[in-house]
Design a protein around this ligand. Structure first.
Ligand SMILES: Cc1cc2nc3c(=O)[nH]c(=O)nc-3n(C[C@H](O)[C@H](O)[C@H](O)COP(=O)(O)OP(=O)(O)OC[C@H]3O[C@@H](n4cnc5c(N)ncnc54)[C@H](O)[C@@H]3O)c2cc1C
Length: 405
């Protein structure tokens, strides 16, 4: 029977017992709010930089969008360079694309160096052009990427069909992607942060933050923390920073994992050794999992009231299975094993908000990670560490709210 409403990555065996909530009056150099991949990565990067860090997570670590994600280190943003250049401006677009590539390599190297057991495996990303007009657009995109020295190789329709075994008019291959278990990766970074002295609390929801000229205070149900740094890694600005909500759009994303492919199906669907996405208006993501299962995601819809969500997950999971069977008719009839939903927070210009905001002294935001993958969370973590050690770069500035000014 399919399990609806629970992510494939959720099983409790990946987790230790819950950490205790924070209580009392504390101090710290930096408080990280939110214990998803971005918050855990930030806690590690800040503690590694020698700062005294406290991380506060409202629920359990890595239970938000991180638990629902595909678990991919994407070396390019989930957007076309040409679109981002138009909407965010050429400089921010170029910085995002070039820095993200460096970040994806650095994240993979860091996880390896720390010995985080998260099934990290290098792969490439294939961006498919199912129809002729998609191919024309994707070729233009590849030329724009090459002009700023980004990696990419055009596969002819024949080569693309061999690699993907699906309807294709060609594809762009991008190297240096990786896949991982997103929950284990986040928990591993949290553990590495703890080993460097970070104090990590679960079941501690931040209610508000305030600031004076001297410092900031982070308030939660059982107490407060006085600090000179706050990293907001809550996915969306949310109720605590509701004035910034106009900068983001929140939707629901859906994902399914199939039952294992039968041996006969496996022979028909090719090598299955790359991450798959599409150079279309509304792309899907396909990741082949160990045990011959497929993880298929990318469907988004409006936010849904809680009582209607269970029915929506079931319906959208079946829609994704149908869409998967259109791309791979040879596996049609395969049942879903898991179907779940998750928040998808994006911005108008498609890049996340990573940086300070002039109305919030001592704060650093790392929100609206959308469908970008874990490399952007790592990029945000490293930028936060530079910000709070007074070593921010000019590139860092371009990924934040400066873009709107
Ligand atoms: C193919 C693909 C699909 C992806 N799908 C998605 C997707 O659908 N949606 C998406 O967003 N990202 C998706 N990602 C991107 C990426 O993996 C995630 O965005 C990333 O893991 C999100 O991490 P996060 O830490 O920013 O957010 P989250 O994992 O959501 O973490 C935020 C945390 O903050 C906590 N929190 C919130 N408010 C408070 C508070 N007041 N006090 C304390 N804690 C609080 C929450 O409980 C939560 O644990 C996808 C990536 C890829 C490659």
């Amino acid at each position: 029977m399919p399990v609806y409403g629970q992510s494939y990555w959720a099983p409790a065996k990946t987790r230790a017992a819950a950490r205790r909530p924070a209580t009392g009056t504390l101090t710290a150099d930096v408080v990280v709010i939110g214990g998803g991949f971005t918050g855990c990565a930030a806690a590690y990067a800040l503690a590694h930089a020698g700062l005294d860090v406290v991380l506060l997570e409202a629920d359990r670590l890595a239970t938000g969008a991180t638990e629902g994600s595909v678990g991919a280190i994407l070396p390019v943003p989930d957007a076309a360079l040409l679109d981002v250049e138009k909407e965010a401006g050429k400089r921010p677009a170029r910085v995002a694309f070039t820095e993200l590539r460096k970040s994806s390599l650095d994240l993979a190297a860091t996880l390896k160096r720390l010995g985080v057991k998260c099934d990290l495996s290098a792969t490439s990303l294939l961006v498919n052009a199912p129809f002729t007009n998609d191919a024309a657009r994707l070729k233009k995109e590849l030329a724009a990427r090459k002009a700023i020295k980004l990696d990419g190789l055009w596969l002819s329709p024949e080569a693309s069909r061999r690699a993907l075994v699906t309807e294709t008019q060609g594809a762009m291959r991008v190297r240096d992607a990786a896949v991982l278990h997103p929950v284990r990766a986040a928990l591993g970074l949290a553990e590495a942060a703890r080993a460097k002295g970070a104090r990590i609390f679960e079941q501690t929801r931040v209610k508000k933050t305030t600031f004076t000229r001297k410092d900031a205070t982070v308030a939660f149900a059982g107490g407060r923390i006085t600090t000179r740094g706050v990293v907001v890694a809550t996915g969306t600005p949310g109720p605590v920073f509701h004035q910034l909500d106009r900068h983001v759009r929140t939707a629901r994303g859906y994902a399914v994992v199939t039952d294992p492919l039968t041996p006969a199906m496996r022979k028909l669907v090719g090598a299955r050794d790359a991450l798959y996405t599409e150079g279309t208006e509304s792309p899907r993501f396909l990741r082949w999992l160990p045990g011959h299962r497929a993880l298929f995601a990318g469907l988004t819809g409006p936010e849904i009231a809680a009582p209607l969500r269970a029915a929506a997950v079931r319906q959208r999971a079946n829609q994704l299975m149908y869409e998967l069977s259109l791309r791979y008719p040879d596996i049609s009839g395969l049942p879903p094993a898991f179907g779940w939903d998750l928040p998808v927070v994006t911005t108008v210009d498609r890049l996340p908000w990573i940086g300070p905001h002039r109305n919030y002294p001592f704060h650093f935001f790392a929100v609206a990670l959308g469908w970008h993958g874990e490399a952007f969370g790592w990029l945000a973590a490293r930028a936060a560490a530079r910000f709070f050690t007074d070593s921010a770069t000019r590139e860092d500035d371009l990924l934040g709210f400066m873009r709107t000014l």
